[in-house]
Design a protein around this ligand. Sequence first.
Ligand code: GLU
Length: 508
Amino acid sequence: MDQKKIRVRFAPSPTGPLHMGGVRTALFNYLFARKHGGDFLLRIEDTDQTRYVPGAEAYITESLKWCGLVPDEGPGFGGSFGPYRQSERKAMYFSFARQLVDSGWAYYSFDTPGDLDRLRAEAEAAGEVFAYNQQTRGSLCNSLALTPGETEQRISSGEPYAIRFKMPENMDVTEEDLIRGSVTFNTRELDDKVLFKSDGMPTYHLANVVDDHLMEISHVIRGEEWLPSMPLHILLYRAFGWEESRPRFAHLPLILKPQGKGKLSKRDGDKMGFPVFPLLWKDPESGENFRGYREDGYFPEAFINMLALLGWNAGTDQEIFTMEELIENFSLERVVKSGSRFDPEKTRWFNRYYLQQKSAAELAALFMPLLEAKNIQAAPDKVVAVIEEIKDRCDFVADIWEQGHYFFEAPAVYDEKTVAKRWKAETPAQLEAMAALFETIGSWEAGAIKEQFSAFMNEKGWNFGGVMNPLRLCLVGGNLGPDLFRICELIGQEETISRIRKAVQLIG
Ligand code: GLU
């Protein structure tokens, strides 16, 4: 079993956008595959047609690509174990279900949805929960309770039926989960799950196990919410006679809300102001938008770095990991059992870190489209120079605008507090003199501007702060920004002079 080639799969159902927990599952599968020179598959589990959401599969694929988690095999990615969409494998599942009926591991059930609803309602009225299981199956409408003749007759007359797993009675199923350690379930507590539905489709359980077998999956790495399905899956491998080659299991811990109890839900993001999805998702039914990390300006490397540490650590205090370092360091043994709390502030911190690692030229390439969208023309050299000045104030590319918009457009308003504090009776005349001085400067460069400015100030005997603060106000609209003379240089001689005169006119 252990010599087998490592093959893992990410198997989402296209029932909506991929939650960040889903991306973490994909990531851990990807890291495990890469670390062991194995294969990473994408399989679309779309057998539940009632829950199918248009656009969800494309969203999943795009998210994986954005994160750099490109599958080796999957719909649109090639591979020799396809098709990788379960709906396209539909024809094959029935014979597997039949095989289990023939070997006594499964049975036909003729109970109609109406019958089952009634049983559920009756149980509820009695304060109980109805389960189709080893206690109740004998009194229900199925091939275990009916005679072989009756069963045959119902089937040949075309009566709809489902195929259910016949859960063995009172048996312990024990498994060494690679994260959780030894886990035991007793089959007494498990119900007889439907394997094949009357609509001609397999359920998740049947399709998942059959496909993991046929696709030669070596390790099933998935969220903790699937742990209760593990005993059924293990018994299915046993029932099919595939125990020898069956995958090992690893169930990943829950991702918890930033505060309070419970797991992170898609509504938490709206409530607390952070994205829960990798990409923006426009709900096709409600038209509602759910924000995404990409559109919110996160770098995929920051998003991935943050996700990797949700439930895993390298055993050191290293926090910054490139994808290569994650691959190098990853192991399932270092995935924790307990839920891990999502921290939006930390995610921002990661983004800041990756932004600071980028050169001003790289950031300029990302920032130029934002300027273009605002119809602002700026020379690439200038953009690079501006970014060099303000980069350390930025966590996101969009912060470059927040922090440096005045490099690209004259202030439209002047901060009232700064005006009240800095604008004195003598200010207009002093600034007018400064504008006149600036007109005479030959080499418009911060050092030279500063030199001439200082000489002039000394000659006049003016207070430096008394002129520099209003000058800054004219140029940036408030009391902010880097070195004043660098600002003058970067916005240009003409623009500097024009902003001074405009402010003198407007503020008076
Ligand atoms: N289709 C299941 C899901 O949506 C897959 C669970 C598994 O990995 O077995 O998460």
